[in-house]
Design a protein around this ligand. Structure first.
Ligand code: G16
Ligand code: MG
Length: 213
């Protein structure tokens, strides 16, 4: 019996990937770093600091790159990113999400946000969906990021719903892996090659309906 839906943010509720990519590109130019062309896809669901570490490694910079410098770069990237997302409106909600949230609400299903983004709550406010969510996991309190199941397990706990009564929705391979590792029913939004580990795969958020579970 379905009692809770755990949502990823970027790529499921709204498309912030393009803004993240713009902000990383700006930072890369500032520090004269190269970005691999597929970086936008590969950084999906990966935390800010881990994303920076991946970019630095690909530029052959030492793994132990100065901590303070990385912290400063993360703040700069985020300041730029926040300017971009400050312009977001309800028009940025992905198709099908609003009716799906309403359908879930009517069926008394609890709704949680399991996003790696520390800007999750701010973005939900901007797009007018904050009140639809019963809980938001604070990613700054997590020990491990996706693909570790911690964020999804925590989200279910915060809602007070057993894992077997939850479904998790993700657009990234690392996120689907995290949902599966938590023992939660996984739904992947996107390509069935990239998300082959998902138990249910849908081409887009438009196909989200309660009767598919
Ligand atoms: C999102 C994005 C990632 C981003 C991460 C952290 O994850 O997909 O690219 O690096 O959040 O975001 P922030 O810098 O805002 O803390 P998710 O889990 O919503 O797909
Ligand atoms: Mg995502």
């Amino acid at each position: 019996l379905l009692k809770a839906i755990l949502f990823d943010l970027d790529g499921v509720i709204t498309d912030t990937a393009a803004y993240h990519f713009k902000a990383w590109s700006w930072l890369a130019e500032k520090y004269q770093l190269q970005l691999e062309p597929d970086v936008e896809t590969r950084l999906k669901g990966i935390s800010r600091l881990d994303s920076l570490k991946i970019i630095l490694q690909e530029n052959d910079l030492p793994v132990g790159y100065a901590e303070e410098k990385m912290e400063k770069m993360c703040i700069e990237k985020n300041d730029y990113y926040k300017k971009l997302i400050s312009m977001m409106t309800p028009q940025d909600i992905l198709p099908g999400i609003e009716p799906f949230l309403k359908e879930a609400r009517r069926a008394d299903i609890r709704i949680g946000l399991a996003s790696a983004s520390q800007n999750g709550s701010y973005i939900l406010d901007k797009i007018g969906l904050r009140s639809c969510f019963d809980t938001i996991v604070d990613p700054s309190l997590l020990i491990k990021g996706k693909p570790d199941p911690e964020i999804f397990i925590k989200c279910a706990h915060q809602l007070g719903v057993p894992l077997e009564n939850c479904v998790g929705i993700e657009d990234a391979a690392a996120g689907v892996e995290a949902i599966n590792a938590a023992g939660i029913l996984s739904v992947g939004i996107g390509s069935d090659i990239e998300l082959k580990a998902a138990q249910i795969i849908l081409p887009s958020t438009q196909q989200l309906k309660l009767n598919i579970f």
